[in-house]
Structure formats: C-alpha cells, structure tokens
Design a binder for this molecule. Structure first.
Ligand code: NOJ
Ligand code: MG
Length: 595
C-alpha cells in the first residue's frame, strides 16, 4: 500500500510544490480492524499492580486497573508472560504452557481478566514463547530420559572431541545472555542440548512434527479460552542450520569471547524454515476467524533482524505471516544525536520496504530496552508520542511510557535479571534490563501504590512521590498529552489520510496528515537543543496563513495557548518542544469526525 510516490527534494503534485516524501492515503472504504486502529499497550504484569502484598504484580491487580486502561483509551493489552515458570528469565522460561504462575494468580483470575477487559472493550494479547521452554518443563524432563513422544522435542547433539580426545560442544554457537557456549552437557542423556538463551531455557526442536503440533495445540488452548492474539517471542531463533556450521567472528571489537556479539549469527537466526512456521501459525489463527467470527485473532512477532528478513515475517498475500513484525527502528537507530533527516530515513525505510497491502507499526519501548525518556530525552516524550501515535499504523506502547517513566537505577545487590548477573558487577549495567522493569507509579502512597509489601521485587523509582499517575492527572502532563493523542488517532484524517514527511530545519522533524474534506494535522517536533523558527509555507504552500495548536507538548513556550493562532510561515519551537497544529477551527470543535 505504501509505495513512495515522489522522491527527495521538491516535488510537483497537482501543480502545487510540496517538499519531502509523500505517501498516499488509504482507500476510503478500508475499514480498520481492532489491531490496526487501537493502541496496543504492553503490560509488564509483574510490575503493574500487586493485589496480594507479595511485592509482585498479579492478574487480580491488573483487573483492578482496567479503568485506567479504558481511560487511557487503549484498544488492547499485551501481557508479558504469565505462564507457570521458575522465573529464571522472568516468565520467558515456561514450565507449563497451559497454566498460570501462582505468583500471578489462577486460571480463574485469568478468565476474569479476559471478561472484564472485554467488557471494557479491550482485547487481550498473550506473550507466547515458542523458541524454548524451561528446563523444569515435563517435556524437557522426559526428553532427557528419551521418553516418547518427547525424545526429540529439544535440540540434542552428540559431543565433539578436541585434539586431546576430550568432550567439547558440537560447535562455537553462543548464548544470547553472554554466558559463553549455547550448548549444555546433560550427564543423564549423554548429549548436549542447545539453548540460545539461558541454560535454564532449552530450545524446542521445530524439526520434530509432534512438537510443532504440540505448540499449535497450546495456541488453540488459549484462543479457546478467549484470548484475542499473541506476541510471539524471539521468533528468528526458531531454527538453526542442520549442518552445525561454526558462526563467523563479528567486527564488534569490544565484545568478549563469551559475549553473544563476539560472533555474527547467520546460522542460528532467520532460517528459511522459520518464515514457513510463522505462516503455519497464521493458519491456526485464521481458522478461528473463518469459523464465523469476523473478529481477527492477531499476532505480532518479535524480531531485531535486518530489514529484508523482517519484511518476510509479514508473509505473502497467498500465505500471510504475522499481522506485523515489530518495528524497532526507532529503538535501534534513533538516539540523542539524531536529527530530522534521520527521523525521516527511519520512517521512510519502514514504509518503503513494506510489502503491498501490509500494515506498519511503531514501537519506542519495551521491557528489554532502556526507557525512551532515558534513552532519548525526558523533554522529548510528548514529541515522541506525537510521532508514534499519529503516523499511519499501529502504536505499541510500553506501560509507563505514557507517563515518561525513566530508567530506575538498580544497584548490583538489587539486580535480578540474569542477563546482568551473568556478566558480573563491573558490566551488569550494560546488559541488565531491570531498570526499565521497575514498578508502575500510581500515586505517592507506599511503593507508589503498586504494592503494600515491605519490599517489592524491584525497587520503585525514587521519583514516585512527585511523578505518578495521580500527580499527572492534575497538571498539564505527558499522560494528558498521550490521552489527547489517542483520541486524535481515531479521526478519519489520521486513520486514512496521506502522509507527507518533512525536515523543516536540520533539527525540526515533521509530518502532515491530510484527507480531503477533513481537517489537516501538522506535527512538528524540535529534536534539537536550540530555539527554532520554521516556515511551513515552504513545506506546503497550500496551508492556510494561520494554524491552531490542537495538542502541544508540556514544554511549549509558556505564552502559547490552545486557541492561539499560529502564523504558518513562522512557527516557533522551544528546545525539544512539539505541536500538533491543525487547519481546523478547534474552538468550533473539529472532533466531529471521531468514530
Ligand atoms: C525476548 C524477550 O522480550 C526477552 O525478555 C527474553 O529474555 C528473550 N526473548 C528470551 O525469551
Ligand atoms: Mg502479588
């Protein structure tokens, strides 16, 4: 759908000179599905709301907070893993795919959460971990003992021998969590098993048909229970080459030989069989839609792969894959040095590579990445949300980012993430993901209202007494800006309008969303540290002489008010500030086109 119409520089369209990239509008008759129009909000359950005072967030706590989610306006929640797990990788090591971990509640609590969410018009998406289970899973225990049908459920290989005839792993493959070899010897079975992640996360074997069917049955189990879709974890890691070729050394000079980055990973990532498996999973999901319900069962896949590989996860028209693979470009490529042209490149590269008819998405944070406010700039939070929520496509928000939550400093003695613990006290801050997983900040009560426990599983951010949901409800805040943007997203211009990306100056990135007969919206974000004055007439001469601010960042110039008129040839932006400007007369209320 998104084919670039015109290239860089000045282009001529309907005899008017526009500057920048233009992407066409969607067909008016396109009716967006729930996963396209709604915001998908990632709930890190362990840190969201603790209802039983054990310092760990749980399902009942989350159910209590549905009102907050409804008020926020999100269309779906994606829950980080809640299945039974010994928690070596905080739930990404599942010991029973068909049960809830007791620290999060029971299956009854889960059913209640689904019911209450659905009543509130919110869909529920589960995190699904197909690449590996826990070493405590019954399947693994039986596989060790070669009990059918589990014998080949995992990737088992014989040992190799060194010159001295001693046992060594089958090849040089490394674990993602920087603990050296991805192979672990099992005394009982007298073979090595493969684990891309922790030793406690043995990889499942997708070359075993019984395992493939088992996983599909787990999907069906949760779909039958009423879930609306899945986020599939670590999908590129599903298959490895069968000839066990050594992986080549990477060019990353600061990586230690035990670090994952020490090698490139052509033989353990994005294998051709993986794309086919994703298409098979889509068939399982679509079989539900075809059963008569017109409600899509949805899935998105996690991948940090190169662009050509990422796009293959969408599948083809004949054999679709994921509804979308996550777009992490703004996490991977955008930083404090990035200017407007970089922002354009990032947006354009996704849209230009998108296969025809497929749907874009924008992700700025998750539980594995430093918080966006810390990674970029806390002053830029509103501008980032304008970009994320008003570009065409689905927005995926990590809980707390709507408040501009920052990384919490976690001392070495408080560290629980094995990705940090594995590398020792001198390097843990490079790898630990604890800082972005600290408890949600609800109010200024004990533990920010997250829990009544004396000690929570990770410390609450010390700034909670001043910065929390309640405090942000009283003043002009990131939370309020976020909510306004979620509402504006529903307007026909944003759901169906065309997109013009532009660079108003080296540091002011912007875009225009326009649709005939509807108000035009212009987003301008000052990524820089200086005061800027820009001329939008140069970007789009058909804009009226005056515009109004529909939404403005909390760090906007203090003398600007919502109903002020802006001279479109002279828009002024304080450092890191941003606006959504409109051609509509907002006093007369331009929200009539909201669905
Ligand atoms: C990606 C998940 O987001 C991360 O938290 C986890 O550690 C790995 N996959 C392994 O499952
Ligand atoms: Mg609890």
């Amino acid at each position: 759908m998104f084919r670039i119409l015109f290239c860089l520089g000045l282009i001529v369209c309907q005899s008017v000179v526009f500057s920048g990239f233009i992407y066409p509008k969607y067909d008016d008759s396109l009716i967006l599905k729930w996963w396209q129009s709604g915001v998908i909000y990632q709930v890190y359950v362990r840190s969201f709301k603790d209802s039983d005072g054990d310092g760990i967030g749980d399902l009942h706590g989350l159910t209590e907070k549905i009102e907050y989610l409804k008020d926020l306006g999100v269309g779906a929640i994606w829950l980080s893993p809640i299945f039974k797990s010994p928690q070596y990788d905080i739930g990404y090591d599942i010991s029973d795919y068909r049960d809830i971990d007791p620290s999060y509640g029971t299956l009854d609590d889960f059913d209640k959460l689904i019911d209450e969410s659905h009543k509130a018009g919110i869909k529920v998406i589960l995190d699904f971990v197909p690449n590996h289970s826990s070493h405590e899973h019954e399947w693994f225990k039986k596989s060790v003992k070669r009990i059918a049908p589990y014998t080949d459920y995992y990737v088992w290989k014989d040992a190799a021998k060194n010159e001295k005839g001693e046992r060594i792993p089958p090849n040089n493959w490394l674990s993602v969590f920087n603990s050296g070899s991805a192979w672990e010897w099992d005394e009982e079975r007298q073979q090595y098993y493969f684990h891309q992640f922790l030793v406690q996360q043995p990889d499942l074997n997708y070359r075993c048909p019984a395992l493939v069917e088992e996983i599909k049955n787990v999907m069906r189990y949760w779909l039958d229970r009423g879930v609306d879709g899945f986020r599939f974890d670590a999908v590129p890691a599903l298959f490895e080459v069968e000839n066990l070729m050594d992986e080549p050394k990477s060019s990353k000079s600061d990586a230690l030989p035990t670090d994952y980055d020490y090698l490139d990973h052509p033989y353990t990532q994005d294998q051709p069989e993986t794309f086919d498996m994703v298409q098979q999973w889509r068939e399982v999901l679509d079989s539900y839609e075809n059963k008569g319900s017109d409600v899509t069962k949805f899935f998105m896949v996690e991948t940090y792969s190169p662009i050509d590989k990422i796009m293959k996860y969408y599948g083809t028209d004949a054999r679709p894959g994921a509804h979308f693979p996550f777009n992490f470009f703004f996490i991977q490529q955008f930083n404090r040095q990035s200017n407007a042209s970089k922002a354009i490149d990032i947006v354009a590269s996704w849209l230009d590579n998108l296969p025809a008819g497929k749907w874009p998405n924008w992700v700025f944070g998750n539980h594995d990445q430093p918080r966006l406010a810390s990674r970029l700039d806390s002053n830029l939070v509103d501008g980032i949300h304008m970009i994320q929520l008003l570009l065409p496509g689905t927005t995926v928000t990590y809980n707390g980012d709507e408040l501009g939550m920052e990384n919490t400093f976690i001392r070495w003695d408080q560290t629980v993430d094995n990705a940090g613990l594995n590398v020792g006290s001198s390097r843990y801050q490079l790898f630990s993901r604890d800082p972005e997983r600290s408890p949600f900040i609800w109010n200024d009560d004990l533990n920010a209202g997250f829990s009544s426990a004396k000690k929570t599983w990770l410390p609450v951010d010390p700034s909670y007494w001043i910065n929390n949901v309640e405090a942000q409800s009283y003043t002009n805040s990131h939370l309020k800006v976020y909510k306004q943007l979620v509402q504006l997203r529903k307007s026909k211009t944003i759901t169906h309008g065309d997109l013009q990306l532009f660079e108003a100056s080296e540091w002011v990135f912007g875009f225009i969303r326009a649709l005939e007969d509807y108000p035009t919206y212009i987003v301008v974000v000052n990524l820089g540290s200086e005061y800027e004055s820009i001329d939008l007439q140069k970007i789009r001469p058909t804009l009226p002489r005056y515009l109004r601010a529909k939404i403005y960042s909390i760090n906007h110039s203090p003398d600007v008010k919502l109903d002020d008129e802006f001279l479109s040839s002279d828009i002024r932006l304080t450092p890191k500030s941003s606006y959504v400007l409109t051609t509509a007369d907002i006093i007369e209320n331009d929200t009539t086109d909201l669905k």
